[in-house]
Ligand binder design. Structure first.
Ligand SMILES: Cc1cc2nc3c(=O)[nH]c(=O)nc-3n(C[C@H](O)[C@H](O)[C@H](O)COP(=O)(O)OP(=O)(O)OC[C@H]3O[C@@H](n4cnc5c(N)ncnc54)[C@H](O)[C@@H]3O)c2cc1C
Length: 334
């Protein structure tokens, strides 16, 4: 059975089946409510039931004591609807509303998808989930005090594991460790989520996404989120790499409901490439001489982002419609 849920003070509405948590139904409808563990233990999703009947589900007493229940409070990650409801809770409008956390994690899988790219899957402690916006990143806190930034490649609705796409940096201390020493079950610590590279959902403009190498990671998160949310905005993805192996998940974009343009900048005869060639951002301009009606999300090396910004603005893209993350190396010595 399905019920109507009215959120206050925003006035947003969504429907929730009686076997789906109020949080999951809100996320599925595109409304981001605050949450943490999604398991009734942390209390981050606590809000007030102003009217209607709920089932508290597996909410733990430590997170939702009886005194809270008698005030009409509930944990929306566990509560399910038993009637139409009016709920009072703050919605997450943008990244600053999501708490920055330090969490341990365990390496669950290490998958080598190219000679210089590893997909790392990280498991958080039981009862912990990281809340983030698609496109944001985390920073590993290393034992020597160094920090290393990596974008989250999964969308928030698939948050059982955090996945990262890690490119090996010649002489890089952390990525050399990942490629040569790291084993499954290794424990790491990170801080996150960070960054303002996330999908602006209030816009209705068509979207162009431009990825260079492992810059594909946050772009993948944004696309999978948009698909999950059934966005009607047209999306076009340009993914560039030097050689064919740099497009390290070749079958994935073909499964997405968007126009996919792979581009190689340095294809060799062995690549057997008959697709587009050159710099990935130039392929965008070749296809769209006027970018004034678009919104663009770009992620990759600092050189690629600089060139893309300069050339896209020259092609009419409004400055405020360009969103980017540049994969800078950590400053020397840090
Ligand atoms: C917000 C953000 C998100 C990121 N997300 C990702 C991601 O999802 N995937 C990913 O693969 N990377 C990502 N990066 C880049 C990643 O953080 C760096 O590659 C990381 O610092 C590598 O760590 P390292 O310890 O192996 O190398 P470092 O020790 O940081 O680098 C090695 C050292 O070698 C030198 N060096 C090596 N190559 C160069 C070069 N080309 N130019 C100049 N100096 C050089 C530098 O002195 C540098 O200090 C991201 C960066 C940022 C800022």
């Amino acid at each position: 059975m399905s019920f109507q849920i009215n959120l206050q003070p925003s006035g947003h509405h969504y429907s929730a089946d009686d076997n789906v948590s109020l949080l999951d139904a809100a996320l599925a409808a595109g409304f981001v409510l605050p949450y943490g563990c999604r398991n009734g233990a942390c209390g981050s999703c606590k809000g007030k039931v102003i009217s209607g009947e709920i089932d508290h589900g597996k909410a733990q007493l430590s997170a939702l004591p009886d005194a809270d229940r008698s005030k009409g409070l509930a944990l929306f990650c566990c509560a399910t609807a038993r009637s139409d409801l009016t709920l009072e809770c703050r919605e997450v409008a943008n990244a600053k509303d999501i708490p920055l956390r330090i969490l341990p994690c365990r390496v669950q899988h290490i998958e080598r998808v190219a000679s210089d790219v590893i997909i790392l899957s990280l498991k958080l402690p039981t009862n912990e989930r990281l809340q983030f916006l698609p496109g944001q990143y985390i920073e590993f806190l290393l034992k020597d005090g160094k920090r290393r930034a990596f974008s989250i490649a999964n969308a928030p609705h698939q948050d059982e594991l955090l996945t990262l796409h890690i490119r090996r940096v010649d002489g890089g201390s952390f990525t050399t460790h990942v490629f040569e020493v790291m084993k499954e079950k290794e424990i790491l610590r990170f801080q996150g989520p960070m960054g303002t590279f996330f999908l602006r959902e209030e816009s209705s403009k068509p979207i162009i996404l431009v990825a260079g190498g492992t810059g594909f990671a946050p772009i993948k998160a944004i696309i999978e989120h948009a698909i999950e949310q059934k966005h009607s905005r047209p999306m076009q993805l340009y993914w560039g790499a030097q050689s064919r192996s740099g497009l390290y998940l070749p079958e994935l974009p073909a499964k997405w409901p968007l126009d996919y343009v792979p581009v190689l900048s340095n294809a060799s005869a062995g690549d057997d490439w008959i697709g587009r060639t050159g710099f990935v951002h130039q392929a965008v301009i070749t296809d769209h001489s006027d970018l004034s009606e678009f919104q663009i999300y770009a992620c990759g090396s600092p050189a690629m982002i600089d060139a893309a910004h300069r050339d896209f603005i020259a092609a009419g893209l409004p400055e405020e419609e360009f969103f980017a993350d540049a994969f800078n190396l950590a400053p020397p010595g840090s």
